[in-house]
Design a protein around this ligand. Structure first.
Ligand code: DX5
Ligand code: ZN
Length: 221
C-alpha cells in the first residue's frame, strides 16, 4: 500500500498559513494539531481556525485533538467537515461512543495513544476506529526526537489489523524524518505525520517526496 504523508502545520508559519498549506498540496492530508493548554502544555487554535483552514486547503484535514474532554468537543470538528478526527484515549470518557458519533457525523474516527499508554485494551476494539495514532513523541511540541521504543505497539496493531482483516490506518506522529520513517514503516505504519522535517528547511514539496520515497522503500517485512 502506498504510504500516506500528512504534514503537520504546527511547524508552518501561522501568519502565512494559507501560503504554507498550498505548499503541501502534494501531500495526502493536512495534519492539524489542536492543543488546549490542559491535555498538553501548549496552545494552538480551535474550531474557528480549523474551519478556515478547511475552507482554503486543497487537501482534506486530519485533525489531531490534544485536548481534555474530547467527548464534548470532538464532534464539532467533524461537523466542520474534517476528513478525519483523532482524539486521545487518555482524555476520552467513552472512546467507543465518541468514535461512533464521529462516524455518524461523517468523519473518519481516530484514536491516539501517548508513548506510555498501552495498546492492548484497544486491539479487540479496532473495528470501531478508522485510524490509530501511535505517538512517537510526548504530545505538545514539534521538533522532538522519535521514540523508537514504542515500535512494539505498531507491531501489535499491524498484526491485529491484518488478523481481523480490517482497513484501519496506522499513523505515527512525532520525530518523523527520512531516517525514522523507514523504522516506522517496517513496523507496520502506513500513515506518517511530519512537521519540522517538511517545513523547517528546503522545499516542502521536495521534503514530502523524499519522505514518501523513504517510506515506500521500507515496507513491513
Ligand atoms: C506533536 C504534534 C505533532 C507535531 C510533530 O504533539 O502532534 O503533530 O507537529 O512535529 P515533528 O514532526 O516536528 O515532530
Ligand atoms: Zn499531531
Amino acid at each position: 500500500m502506498d504510504p500516506r504523508i500528512n504534514p503537520s502545520i504546527l511547524s508552518a508559519d501561522f501568519v502565512n498559513l494559507e501560503r504554507d498549506i498550498h505548499s503541501i498540496a502534494s501531500a495526502d492530508l493536512v495534519h492539524v494539531d489542536v492543543m488546549d493548554n490542559h491535555f498538553v502544555p501548549n496552545l494552538t487554535f480551535g474550531p474557528q481556525m480549523v474551519g478556515r483552514i478547511q475552507d482554503v486547503s486543497p487537501i482534506p484535514l486530519d485533525v489531531h485533538l490534544m485536548i481534555d474532554d474530547p467527548d464534548r468537543w470532538a464532534p464539532g470538528y467533524a461537523e466542520l467537515g474534517a476528513f478525519s478526527v483523532t482524539f486521545h484515549a487518555e482524555a476520552a470518557a467513552d472512546s467507543i461512543a465518541l468514535a461512533r458519533r464521529l462516524r455518524q457525523i461523517g468523519s473518519r474516527a481516530g484514536i491516539a495513544v501517548k508513548p506510555d499508554t498501552a495498546i492492548e485494551p484497544f486491539l479487540e476494539l479496532l473495528p470501531e476506529f478508522d485510524q490509530v495514532l501511535v505517538m512517537t513523541v510526548e504530545p505538545g511540541f514539534g521538533g522532538q526526537s522519535f521514540i523508537e521504543r514504542v515500535m512494539p505497539k505498531l507491531d501489535a496493531l499491524r498484526a491485529a489489523v491484518n488478523r481481523q482483516g480490517l482497513d484501519v490506518w496506522l499513523q505515527v506522529d512525532g520525530g518523523v524524518t527520512v531516517d525514522t520513517i523507514a523504522i516506522a514503516a517496517e513496523h507496520g505504519a502506513d500513515t506518517f505525520v511530519a512537521g519540522s522535517s517538511v517545513f523547517n528547511s528546503g522545499d516542502p514539496a521536495d521534503n514530502i517526496a523524499a519522505l514518501r520515497a523513504a517510506a515506500s522503500a521500507h515496507p513491513r517485512h
